[in-house]
Design a protein around this ligand. Sequence first.
Ligand code: ADP
Ligand code: MG
Length: 316
Amino acid sequence: DQLISQIAAGEVIERPASVVKELLENAIDAGSTHVEIRLDGGGIKRILIQDNGCGIPKESLSLALKRHATSKVRNLDELESISSLGFRGEALASIASVADLHLSSKVEGSDGFSIFKEEITPAALKKGTRIEVTDLFYKTPARRKFLKGEPTEQAHCLTCIKRIALANPEIDFSVFANGKGVLSLPPSTLEARLERMMPKEFLEAHRTVSAETPSVKLYGWVCLPTAAKTRTDCQYFYVNGRFVKDKVLTHALRQAYADVLHGSSQPLYCLFLEIDPLKVDVNVHPTKNEVRFRDSSAIHQFVFHAVENAISQSVL
Ligand code: ADP
Ligand code: MG
């Protein structure tokens, strides 16, 4: 079973950033409003994430670390219309199979407990969950060899944190790397979070996108082409709160830019698409950056027109 877990982990856990993503999604699913993230050695040495969410009751602690143990899906119908971020019940088990995982948690009105290597002990902590992952891939040196240097792995972690933070502006995030504060995001509106996180060039040349049909809604900001060099880290697209990289959406954006600006400029954007969960399949790949729309040409049209509208107004 250890081997099966390690193989499954290979699909989900590629690098420290994958651990960060899974743990943050769990913290969000738990209703946290404050999340603290600590990365040491690019996250290879240590990732510590502490949230103030609902916590895990003592009797569920060992189950949380078992494969296909999820508290989030009760039947197949629910899997179709899933709205929580995690639903496969394999993230914690996968991480625990390729690193040391210390889990401590406390639910309201109860004492806190820790679990490490299947042993449960009392722990003092505030309501919420604290997960510490140390020495990623130390049991699988072949995989560890594929990691890049600590600065690169840290940068991947920060990219992942930013993607999640933009989609959850009401959550307070603080991030430390090797003990130093690197990102502090107080709870705010989406606008305020964008203003805090986007580079100056983006803020100076942004246009608001807002479009809605009875079945789909798009909102957010796009940036007009600027003289400044292209910042590819400013391409954020979310479908129902999930960061995605999707060919249909990227193509629609490029086409809108090409039509209006006759240039080859890279679109920069932070856009949120909201759609009936039954009209989109998010269950394509375990890392879940891909989506499949039931009617992708309608979505393409809709996004294209909404973005074209936003950027053409200012060019005319
Ligand atoms: P999934 O998120 O797919 O359910 P995970 O392996 O990520 O599976 O987590 C297993 C279970 O552990 C979750 O279903 C949830 O009940 C619990 N859990 C994990 N992290 C947290 C957290 N930060 N706060 C509360 N519960 C958590
Ligand atoms: Mg999860």
